[in-house]
Design a protein around this ligand. Structure first.
Ligand code: ADP
Length: 164
């Protein structure tokens, strides 16, 4: 069973991401969760260090999963860790369009690496980091969608608008 890379922004990690990681960890010998460090382009709430540490907290129950930061090409990172597959999660058809474009590009860049897309579990089909941050910012209770460490981090970030 080969190694797989699960790349993403994870800004922050939520239960939909964790569900994909749990399922991928059963399919592969080792799963490397790679948190993308964007030098400039993407607007992110948490720093790379914070996103890595929140992902580590949320995935600590999975012994064959480790979390690393990365920058540059995803396929370069996959090669570096010896991954034969890149894992991605799919929610809606809109995800499919983007992911297929990404997968075909990556296949051209690294033909030896395959992309494995796992369909979201029904209860997380609507969940995204963007919506989560918006609910948290507006003072909604997000505890059903995130690990406790993430709830606390969002609470700290948005201050008194979050329940303690
Ligand atoms: P990116 O910025 O690369 O899209 P994300 O952190 O948003 O990174 O997501 C990482 C991966 O997790 C992507 O493949 C995304 O489709 C998947 N994902 C995000 N939310 C969910 C969810 N609720 N269920 C399943 N997969 C998800």
């Amino acid at each position: 069973m080969p190694i797989a890379l699960y790349p993403g922004s994870f800004d922050p990690i939520h239960n939909g991401h964790i569900d994909i990681a749990e399922r991928a960890a059963r399919l592969f010998e080792e799963l490397v969760v790679a948190v993308y460090h964007s030098p400039s382009s993407k607007r992110l709430l948490f720093s790379t260090e914070e996103r890595v540490s929140l992902a580590q907290a949320g995935l600590a129950h999975l012994p064959n999963v480790r979390v690393i930061p990365y920058t540059g090409l995803t396929v370069a990172c996959a090669r570096e860790v010896g991954a034969r597959a890149i894992v991605r999660g799919l929610r809606a058809t809109s995800d499919y369009e983007y992911e297929s474009q990404l997968a075909l590009t990556n296949k051209q860049l690294a033909p030896e690496i395959d992309v494995v897309c796992l369909i979201t579990s029904l209860q997380y089909a609507y969940l995204s980091s963007t919506i989560l941050k918006e609910v948290a910012m507006l003072g909604g209770d997000i505890s059903q969608w995130v690990p406790e460490a993430v709830r606390q981090a969002l609470h700290a970030r948005f201050g008194s608008s979050q329940p303690a």
